[in-house]
Design a protein around this ligand. Structure first.
Ligand SMILES: Nc1ncnc2c1ncn2[C@@H]1O[C@H](COP(=O)(O)OP(=O)(O)OP(=O)(O)O)[C@@H](O)[C@H]1O
Length: 234
């Protein structure tokens, strides 16, 4: 699935946060989104996923305009979204989280079994309340919940923030496999993005609700380049 965003304006109530943003995610690629705190990265992701309405601009999937979708419609069109926060049902067990997602997205029992095979930690923790999982376990559950909708585009908003390296490596491995199988992935990256830049083709940088730069992700792996970009006055 190819996603194209043009001239997008969005925000909260009367406050505009995105001031005419462009963005593209190509099929089968991991596209990184980078920018300082408050740049509007999460706002862009929420708007693409139908959790926030756009006030102006266009969102297109495979050449068809799709703006104006609500979250359920976006999910049904194949857009999966793992929010930065509150991305599981905390009071429910791991098993019930997966069952609820499967029910909501018409997922099958076979898909839940596949989820346990892909993420054995969720099988181990099936009876545990989601709110008591470790950060890495909870992000695994959030990704698994989103995958139960069989998305063609998966949006990950800082999924590895604050996680132990072992979980970062696992998530990088899963997401690489998903992209290799054809899924488009948008990955909002946090402070130390090297591991993710390595598996991504293109990085879009934003600042203060506007596009700042779009460049091949490998360019940001050159020593000192990323630090220079993030520190640069503009
Ligand atoms: N629910 C909300 N209501 C009002 N303003 C909000 C809301 N959520 C975010 N904002 C504001 O929108 C701006 C952009 O926030 P956003 O979360 O999109 O940035 P971000 O680039 O994802 O930042 P971070 O890296 O810190 O997650 C910020 O000024 C923030 O205070």
């Amino acid at each position: 699935m190819k996603l194209e965003v043009k001239g997008l304006h969005s925000g909260y109530g009367k406050v505009t946060i995105l001031h005419g943003v462009d963005f593209v995610a190509q099929p089968g690629e991991i596209t990184c989104v980078l920018g300082p705190n408050g740049a509007g990265k999460s706002t862009l992701m929420k708007t693409i996923a139908g959790h926030l309405p756009a006030s102006q601009g266009e969102i297109g999937i495979d050449g068809r305009p799709v703006q104006g979708l609500n979250a359920l419609q976006a999910t049904r069109l194949g857009i999966g979204y793992v929010a930065q926060e509150n991305n599981t049902f905390r009071e429910m067990s791991v098993r019930d989280n997966l069952l609820a997602s499967a029910l909501a997205f018409d997922g099958t029992d076979a898909l839940i079994e596949e989820t346990y095979r892909r993420f054995p930690i969720l099988d181990e923790r099936a009876g545990q309340q989601a709110g008591t999982l470790s950060g890495g376990e909870r992000q695994t559950l959030a990704i698994a919940n989103a995958l139960l909708a069989s998305p063609q585009l998966l949006i990950l908003d800082e999924p590895t923030a604050g996680l132990a390296p072992i979980f970062v490596d696992r998530i990088v491995e899963w997401i690489t496999e998903l992209a290799q199988s054809g899924m488009s992935v948008i990955w909002v990256v946090e402070q130390n993005p090297e591991k993710i830049l390595k598996i991504s083709r293109t990085t879009w940088m934003f600042d203060a609700g506007r596009n700042r730069e779009t460049l091949p992700s490998e360019a940001l792996l050159e020593p000192g380049r990323l630090e220079a970009m993030l520190l640069q006055e503009h």
